[in-house]
Design a protein around this ligand. Structure first.
Ligand SMILES: *Cc1c(COP(=O)(O)O)cnc(C)c1O
Length: 349
């Protein structure tokens, strides 16, 4: 019996092609702007997403922080959906390090945020009583909303109201390529209306480390200054960028396979008495399902799954998350379902 690891797509290992590219990568000192592999990755990523310039960062968390630091002063406000990763899972860095406060707006049933809610929650600069809104943050795909996608039209609607109010839009696109593949559109359609966007190389794209932030030349040059300040100037990180270039060539189209496996997984989970998930709502590679109290409390359910060698993660009180990725085959999905079903039966037994 082998462990089936469905905790996250961050567990994916680099491919042989990536390892070869890393071994022979041309490198230079990137703090001087002289790493050819990093420069190529930044240019490629910016072009793909429809922006002028790019910046390699250590992580999605760092990209999101750099965007906030670049747009905001202490005491400003940033607006985002109430399920945003930036709010839930980044250690409070926006408040602690950028000195901003976060205003949450409700996410709608399809996982997005409504342009009307955004418009209502933007607060203008110049009033000493209020924290001025500097950015609206979008997320695509939406991690805590079971990997739902925001469409081009939904993205544009939010950008229009934000821009009308003079507010920038930052896209946390950790899994933006999953969104593009699910919608069958070029990724640029989902990224060109926002002021800047970030995506992770280290998740479904199988690279060991890294994220790329893209935006205008001015934005990226200011973000680069902040990156140095927070200790993210990684000298010869072309070793990492080389894997990123391979990922952009070879890892995007295959995401459709992960999405198909996630739908199959969700359909199987929906058939297990005591678990609930709307299998038709699964659009990408994240499946979040509820565990009925009559089966077990979630921590006990997860312990039993670990004993059955199925690893999952735990986003909320009654819910469990399974993520499909490059190392999960159709057979693994069937095996994970059969182990999960057995665990549920035994817990009720
Ligand atoms: C994973 C993730 C991040 C953060 O990425 P790290 O590289 O783990 O710091 C940001 N946003 C979303 C939506 C994510 O899923």
């Amino acid at each position: 019996m082998a462990i089936i690891d469905l905790r996250s797509d961050t567990v994916t290992k680099p491919t042989d092609e990536m390892r070869r590219a890393m071994a022979y990568a041309e490198v230079g000192d990137d703090v001087f702007g002289e790493d050819p592999s990093i420069n190529e990755l930044q240019e490629r990523a910016a072009a793909m997403l429809g922006h002028e310039a790019g910046l390699l960062t250590t992580s999605g968390t760092m990209s999101n922080l750099l965007a906030t630091l670049t747009y905001c002063n202490h005491g400003d406000e940033i607006v985002m959906g109430d399920q945003a990763h930036m709010f839930w899972n980044e250690g409070g860095g926006q408040a602690a390090l950028a000195g901003v406060q976060t205003r949450l707006i409700p996410q709608n049933a399809s996982g997005g945020i409504n342009a009307e809610d955004v418009a209502r929650n933007i607060r203008p600069a110049g009033n000493p009583h209020v924290a001025a809104t500097k950015i609206v943050c979008l997320e695509n795909t939406q991690n805590r909303c079971s990997g739902m996608v925001m469409t081009t039209a939904e993205t544009k609607a939010v950008c229009d109201v934000a821009h009308e109010a003079g507010v920038a839009v930052h896209l946390d696109g950790a899994r933006i390529f999953n969104a593009a593949v699910a919608l069958e559109v070029p990724v640029m359609e989902l990224t060109r209306d926002v002021d800047d966007a970030s995506f992770c190389l280290s998740k479904s794209l199988s690279c060991p480390v890294g994220s790329v932030l893209v935006g205008s030349k001015d934005f990226i040059s200011e973000a680069r200054r902040w990156r140095k300040m927070v200790g993210g100037g990684m000298r010869q990180a072309g070793i990492l960028a080389a894997a990123g270039l391979v990922a952009l060539d070879t890892m995007v189209d295959r995401l459709a396979e992960d999405h198909q496996n996630a739908r199959r997984l969700a359909a199987g989970l929906a058939n297990i008495d005591g678990l609930s998930v709307d299998a038709d709502s699964i659009q990408t590679n994240i499946v979040i399902f509820d565990v009925d109290e009559k089966v077990a409390k979630v921590p006990d359910f997860m312990k039993a799954l670990v004993d059955a060698e199925v690893l999952v993660s735990y986003p909320g009180e009654h819910s469990v998350r399974m993520v499909t990725h490059r190392h999960i085959s159709g057979d693994d999905v069937e095996e994970a379902l059969s182990r999960t079903s057995k665990v549920v039966r035994e817990l009720q037994g």
